[in-house]
Design a protein around this ligand. Structure first.
Ligand SMILES: NCc1[nH]cc(CCC(=O)O)c1CC(=O)O
Length: 301
């Protein structure tokens, strides 16, 4: 059996895809894999802020078309870039073990944490979730928009004379740039994006053999976390125009989910946690979304 795997051409996308293929090969030595690189609209429009053009499908539409047409058999994405619902005929296969879900600061030489940044320090991020949570703890910071892939954003510290940038730990760790990380932002200070650090493997429905091959990588804890966090995402009807995040912790039979929700200007930022059972993670995420929306509507704006 041969499986053709589609991916975007960015270093992170290709690395993630090869990570999945290497593990699949270990568990399924008789299966052959071929990588096919696909250009998406999100790769072509590089100069516009993502929260201005961004619908979540920006990086996946062309790849999904090839899945439907049979040009590829599976696609590896970052789960946090995936919209809530997939096109008719496609589905998510099992989810492999998540990489570190936290956001990190990559700082200019000499700085080592959020606390030791000088007053008014300039930090680059295009994400309202990152921006308003940082400002919540350090209202003096000067947050400026940046875009581009992982390397480009790190380079902007020097090129645009920033004091630092915020990125997902997972992306940095996957491309082997761990030594660039200055500070891991605790999940209670910066709640991660729903499913940050988790991969999505998308396939056609009714392909039981491909499904079974990918099932060899299934990580149950990750699947519970992703179900809860994406339940929250669906419950608040989240977009990248507002600060929104969710993080689920699993402890035996119990789970705790923390959600973040706010308005476009970051004036009303609500953070709330609730506990529940591992057996109904999605329902817990949706319940938290309802509670947070209720609290948010009570805020003065
Ligand atoms: N929005 C871009 C994006 N999509 C996925 C990742 C890597 C994080 C992940 O694996 O979830 C990144 C880069 C970043 O946010 O720093």
């Amino acid at each position: 059996m041969k499986i053709v795997v589609g991916t975007r051409g960015s270093k992170l996308a290709v690395t993630q895809t090869n990570w999945v293929i290497d593990r699949l090969k270990e568990k399924n030595p008789s299966v052959e894999f071929e990588v096919k690189i696909i250009k998406t609209k999100g790769d072509i429009i590089q100069h516009v802020s993502l929260d201005k053009i961004g619908d979540k499908g920006l990086f996946v539409k062309e790849i999904e078309q090839q899945l439907l047409d049979g040009g590829i058999d599976m696609a590896v994405h970052s789960m946090k870039d995936m919209p809530s619902s997939l096109p008719e005929g496609l589905k998510f296969a099992s989810i492999p073990k998540r990489e570190d879900p936290r956001d990190v600061l990559i700082l200019k030489e000499g700085y080592s944490s959020l606390e030791d940044l000088p007053k008014g320090a300039t930090i680059g991020t295009g994400s309202k979730r990152r921006k308003y949570q940082l400002l919540n703890h350090r209202p003096d910071l000067n947050i400026v928009p940046i875009r581009g892939n992982v390397d480009t954003r790190i380079r902007k510290i020097v090129d645009e004379n920033l004091d630092g940038v915020v990125l997902a730990a997972s992306g940095i760790l996957r491309v082997g740039l761990e030594e660039k990380i200055s500070y891991y932002l605790p999940t209670d200070i910066v709640v991660p994006a729903p499913a940050q650090g988790a991969l999505a493997i998308e396939i056609r429905k009714n392909e039981p053999k491909i499904d079974e091959v990918i099932n060899s990588l299934k990580d149950e804890i990750t699947e519970i976390q992703v179900a809860a966090e994406r339940g929250f995402l669906d419950g608040v009807n989240g977009s990248c125009h507002i600060p929104m995040g969710a993080y689920c912790e699993v402890d035996g039979e119990k789970i705790k989910i923390t959600g973040l929700y706010g308005d476009e200007e970051g004036k009303a930022l609500v953070i709330k946690s609730i506990d529940g059972s591992v057996h109904a993670p999605r329902e817990l995420g949706i319940e938290l979304a309802k509670l947070i929306l209720k609290e948010y509507d009570g805020h003065e704006r």
